[in-house]
Design a protein around this ligand. Sequence first.
Ligand code: MUC
Ligand code: MG
Length: 395
Amino acid sequence: MSIAPATSTLISPEDAGFASLQAETAIRSISARIIAAPTRRKHKLSNTSVNHQGYIFVEVTLENGVVGYGEGSTLGGPRWAEESVEAMKANIDAYIAPALIGHPACELERAAKLMAGACKRNNSAKSAVDMALLDATGKTLGVPAHVLLGGAQHQSFSAIWALASGDAAQEVEEAQGMIEKGWFNRFKIKLGFADPATDLGRLAALQKALPAGTDIIADVNQGWSEADCIRYLPRLEDLGVSLIEQPLPADQMAGMARVAQRSAIPIMMDEGVFTPAEAFDGCAKAAGSVISLKLCKHGGVHQLKQVAGIARAAGVQLYGGCLLESSIGASAHLHAFSTLPALEWGTEHFGPKILVEDLTREGLVYENFRVHLPEGPGLGITPDPDRLDRYEIKD
Ligand code: MUC
Ligand code: MG
C-alpha cells in the first residue's frame, strides 16, 4: 500500500479561496443597541428582581454585506454580575468594535484574542459580539453555526423552567401550566431572597403539587452562608431536590468545597465559574460536581468549550445555563451545547418563553419537554425588527 505524498490537495492559508473568504468576511461595522424586553411576571433572585430583561443587541456587518446577530444578557443591571447593558454598549463602541474592524469574522479564535486584548472580562459584551461573528460566518458559508464548532452531536435538549415569583401558589400554577403545554416538566426554584423557612415552604408546596418524581433544582444565587447550608441542606434533601446551585458567594470556593463534601445532593457552580481558570480552580478544589455553562460568563463559544473540557477532564458534569436570553442568545448556546459530548443536566433556556414577546420571528421550538437546535445557516434565527425597535432604550 502506498501512502499519498504530504503535498496533495490540502488548502494552504495562502490559497485564493481562503484569501477571498478572509476578504469577504472582513468586519465592516459593529453596532450595539440596548434592549429592555418585558417579562411575563417578576423574576426574583437573591440579589435582584426584574420585570424587564436587559440585553445588548449586536449587529455585525461584513464586507460581503452579510449581517450577523448576537445578544448579551444582564439581570437587573450590574447585580447578577458586574456588567450592565449601559457598560456593555459603552465598551463595545469604544474598545471591542475598534479592535475588530477589518478583521475577518471567519477567524473566530483570533477575534476572541483581539477582544481579550481590547478589554478585561466584559464577558457578556464579548459573547454578544462573538455570537454575531459566528452567525455572520455561518451565513457566509451557508452552514449552521454548530458546524464551525465541530458539528452537532445533539438535536434537542431536556428543558428546565425557572420558578421565581416568590409566591408559592403562583409557582405551583405556573409549573402545572408548563407541564400541560408540553414545554417544561423539570423546574428550578429560586431560593435565598426570603428567609430559608419561607423559601422551604415554597419548595414543599411545589413538591406536594407536582407529579411524584418531578425534577426540582434549587438556585440560591449566593444567598446562603456555610452555616445556612449546614442547617438547611438536609431539608432540601428531604424535599427531594436533585441539584443545588451556587449556595455560597462566588468568591468562596473553599466554602463551596466544604458544603459539597457534606451534601448528599450534588452542588453546581454558577457565579463562581466564569473563566477557564476559575473552572480549573473550582474543579481542583471540588467546589461542586456540576458546572453551569453560560456564554455571558465565559465570553464566547470557544471559552465555553474550554470550560466544558476542563469540567469533563475533572469528571464534573455539565448544565446548560442561561441568563434569560431571547431566542437570539439561546440559539447561540444551543449551537455550542450541541457540539459537547454530553450535557448531563439538559438546559434551562426558558428565556424565549418568559418574555412577553420573543425577539425573533420564528422563536425556538419547545415540544415534548425538549428545546430544539434551530436549523439553517448561522444561528438559524431571524431577529424581529419591529420588536427590537419597540423595546430599544434610546438615550
Ligand atoms: C442564574 O443564576 O442561574 C438563570 C436562570 C434564572 O432563573 O436566573 C438566571 C441566573
Ligand atoms: Mg444560577
